[in-house]
Unconditional design. Structure first.
Length: 202
């Protein structure tokens, strides 16, 4: 039987893929945790949520409870030694409070590392519910031995964001474009290989 640590340690090292896969783990937690599963009717990754806009506002997951109230979630799957600082969560706090386009009754921060002192103080003042590493590790449900979270939809989304940022937000020379195309081809091969392989826990 896999532990959360087993699964988390098996995620890809590439930061974008690792972050996207951790968001899937957080979604799985909310859908299966005894307390949250009773409260929640629908859970969406940010890019799945029908009411999202196209900007990256620091919200990774949105859920709807059984009464129709919305919750916003930020996921920080850092290494255990890398604390989450205030700068890491500022955008999330702003976009779920003073700049919020939707009313979020719940604000959740799901992390695999501790909060820095200023972040912890701010989270407490902002009525953010912190779900730490220990909650994942001591979850009442059974984590699967094979994690399906690293799937083709996550990889396709990561690839789209990566390519869009590269080609739309900078001016390149022809030589630079050729080099980028070569690097993208190599990266696509890696992603295609990952998309066809389920993450297994040995």
């Amino acid at each position: 039987m896999a532990t959360f640590t087993d699964i988390f340690n098996s995620l890809p090292s590439e930061s974008k893929l690792r972050g996207d896969a951790f968001e899937e783990l957080c979604k799985y937690f909310l859908e299966h945790d005894e307390m949250w599963a009773k409260k929640i009717k629908n859970v969406w990754l940010w890019y799945e949520w029908p009411e999202r806009d196209d900007s990256d506002v620091g919200i990774d997951i949105v859920f709807e409870d059984t009464a129709g109230a919305l919750g916003a979630v930020q996921c920080k799957g850092y290494s255990r030694a890398n604390n989450v600082g205030l700068n890491d969560i500022n955008s999330f706090l702003v976009q779920t409070t003073i700049a919020a386009k939707h009313k979020f009754e719940y604000k959740l921060l799901m992390t695999t590392s501790d909060l820095g002192a200023r972040a912890a103080e701010t989270v407490d003042r902002a009525d953010v519910i912190h779900i730490p590493f220990t909650s994942f590790e001591k979850a009442s449900f059974v984590w699967p031995d094979y994690w399906p979270g690293l799937n083709s939809s996550v990889l396709k989304h990561a690839r789209f964001e990566f390519l869009r940022n590269r080609w739309l937000h900078a001016n390149f020379t022809e030589d630079e474009r050729l080099e980028i195309a070569r690097e993208d081809e190599e990266r696509e091969e890696e992603w295609d290989k990952a998309a066809s392989t389920t993450v297994g826990i040995s």
